[in-house]
Structure formats: C-alpha cells, structure tokens
Design a protein around this ligand. Structure first.
Ligand SMILES: [Zn+2]
Length: 72
C-alpha cells in the first residue's frame, strides 16, 4: 500500500514540475521538459520514448501530442 502512495506522490511531483516548466515555456514552441533526467512530453507529461528522441533530439512533445498540435 505504501508503494502505491509513494508512486502516486512521485507522479504528482513530476506532473507539478512538468506543469510549471510547460507553463513557463511558450505555448507555440514547447520547450523540452526534463524531470529527474527524463525528458517528458510538455503536454501529457509522459516520458518521450528514446526512439523518438533519436529521430528528433529536441522533441518536446510525444508523437500523439505532436499530431494533435499539428491538427488545424
Ligand atoms: Zn504527449
């Protein structure tokens, strides 16, 4: 039970830090959000897969969020 609470607390902290960093960044050109050395999506806060970072090293959004952003 403690593990679940610990993980929830860590996730909450991650999301708070990500939200602060994302809010500071320009909404049109999101900056990479790095939390504990992990690059996370500036929109959904999920870690960006290494494969995507290999292809797009400065990617600030995961593929689904990037697709949503590019829709009119
Ligand atoms: Zn995302």
């Amino acid at each position: 039970m403690t593990d679940v609470i610990d993980r929830a607390g860590t996730l909450e902290q991650w999301q708070r830090e990500a939200a602060i960093q994302a809010a500071r960044a320009s909404p049109k050109t999101p900056q990479q959000v790095v939390i504990d050395g992990v690059i996370v999506c500036a929109r959904c806060w999920q870690p960006i897969p290494q494969a995507r970072l290999k292809t797009v090293p400065d990617a600030a959004l995961c593929v689904p969020c990037k697709s949503l952003q590019e829709q009119p």
